[in-house]
Design a protein around this ligand. Structure first.
Ligand code: FAD
Length: 406
């Protein structure tokens, strides 16, 4: 009998297995993909943004009715970046920080996967790939785990099945099905860190990338804001700043609330600056005025929004038209009708409810011998290393807790 069986060989599962194995346990990892860590290879555009120098708890989301901050604080605790880096460095991975974002020195996500696999082998953790767990059954003395080929028995089991996003990298709802079979409460699950779909047709400006500031409103109330590079597509908006607003937008849409974005297309200019540039452009066409400050396609989108002809001279605009034009530049309103699908979502928001988990050990409250870690839990973070930090630190905690109980 194993001390610990880990279901899922992703960032959380491998970290859990390493911590249980280092403590001396007999550990098995069951992974449904043909290779371990498939999603990890793709992180950070293949460079793996492991962590952030500044882990801010409020850069994470959970269901709105949950006190997730104290839960999260218990799991990642004080100085999470330090803890994360201690673990990563213990695997022989050196790191560097660029603008606060931490990457492996080799600049390759594969280096992190290989180091984890080396460590798993070194400490004698058994790994079986192509092994999808379809059943889990907890009894007083042990837990039974079944794949389509075999059955296994362990004193404790760790659920680290990840979320539904990117099926090509192993994302699936199998973990949620296992959780449901254990009678665990699941919160609303939806895509996050993904593009948003807008009701307005933006195709005239598709392909434009511009520096912007976006504010998200839910039912007319301020919800969140982001600065960065905005990318306009024919269906809506994308770019890291939009990814970072998508989790909140998804929760609101799931609750049938109205979600709007207000985009400042010229965040580097104050209203007064724009007025001065406008005054200096007297006699030019409206398109000519806008071409002086924003991309041509964007200028045409804004003129369409204001119902102003591109060739109209600035000095022939009515006072209302001038105000409208200047307002739309700083406050372009868009309604969000949905999110792009799971194949374009870097993470899943929602999952196993925090109310099911003892954050001190990652033990399930309903089962002494089942633990949980990673993205399958109702916690997701913004871009910047927050999701891997949570996956790895919750994995380490689950591995230590499961082995201690075994
Ligand atoms: C393209 C992309 C880029 C990203 N970049 C970053 C980044 O730079 N920084 C960052 O912090 N986050 C990033 N993320 C998010 C991050 O990768 C995830 O949050 C993290 O990998 C979650 O780890 P996990 O172990 O919980 O889940 P996963 O990594 O998804 O691992 C779960 C594993 O469980 C396996 N599994 C599922 N069900 C079963 C079953 N029934 N039986 C056996 N095995 C099963 C799956 O095949 C999978 O291998 C990125 C995500 C994507 C998709």
């Amino acid at each position: 009998m194993y001390d610990v069986i880990v279901i899922g060989g992703g960032a959380a599962g491998m970290s859990a297995a390493i911590s249980a194995g280092r403590s001396g346990g007999r550990v098995l990892v069951l992974e449904k993909n043909k290779k371990m860590g498939k999603k990890l290879y793709a992180t950070g555009n293949g460079r793996c943004n492991l962590a952030n120098e500044d882990v801010v708890l409020t850069k994470h989301y959970a269901s709105w009715d949950t006190d997730y901050l104290s839960f999260l604080e218990t799991i990642i605790g004080e100085n999470p970046t330090h803890k994360l880096l201690d673990f990563v460095h213990s695997l022989g991975i050196s790191t560097y920080s660029k603008k606060g974002y931490i990457y492996p020195m080799a600049n390759q996500a594969s280096a992190v996967v290989w180091a984890m696999l080396d460590e798993l082998s070194r400490i004698g953790v058994e790994m079986i790939t192509d092994a999808a767990v379809s059943e889990i059954h907890s009894e007083k003395e042990c837990v039974y785990v079944k794949t389509d080929k075999d059955s296994y028995k362990a004193k404790t089991v760790i659920l680290a099945c990840g979320g539904r996003s990117y099926s090509s990298l192993g994302g699936s709802d199998m973990g949620y099905k296992l959780a449901t079979s254990l009678n665990l409460k699941l919160t609303n699950i939806h895509q996050a860190l993904c593009p948003v779909i807008t009701t307005k047709d933006l195709s005239i400006a598709a392909g434009v990338r511009t520096s912007a500031h976006a504010t998200l409103y839910v039912d007319g109330m301020y919800a969140d804001e982001e600065w960065g590079e905005l990318q306009i597509t024919d269906y809506g908006l994308t770019g890291i700043m939009i990814f970072n607003l998508s989790s909140c937008a998804g929760k609101a849409l799931g609750s049938k609330k109205k979600v709007c974005l207000s985009i400042d297309m010229v965040p580097q200019l104050e209203n007064q600056d724009i007025r001065e540039i406008f005054m200096a452009a007297m006699g030019r066409t409206c398109l000519g005025f806008l071409n002086g400050i924003i991309n041509d396609k964007l200028a045409r989108l804004i003129l369409n929004e204001c119902n102003i002809d591109a060739s109209k001279k600035t000095d022939t605009l009515t006072a209302d038209e001038v105000e409208r034009l200047l307002d739309v530049l700083k406050n372009y309103r868009l309604e969000v009708s949905g999110l792009k699908d799971y194949e374009q979502a870097q993470v899943c928001s929602g999952g196993v409810s925090l109310s099911e988990i003892d954050a001190d050990t990652m033990q399930l409250k309903q089962y002494n011998n089942i633990y949980i870690a990673g993205e399958i839990i109702d916690i997701d973070g913004k871009c910047g290393g927050y999701n891997l930090t949570f996956a790895i630190l919750s994995g380490i905690k689950a591995g230590t807790g499961a082995y201690a109980y075994s």
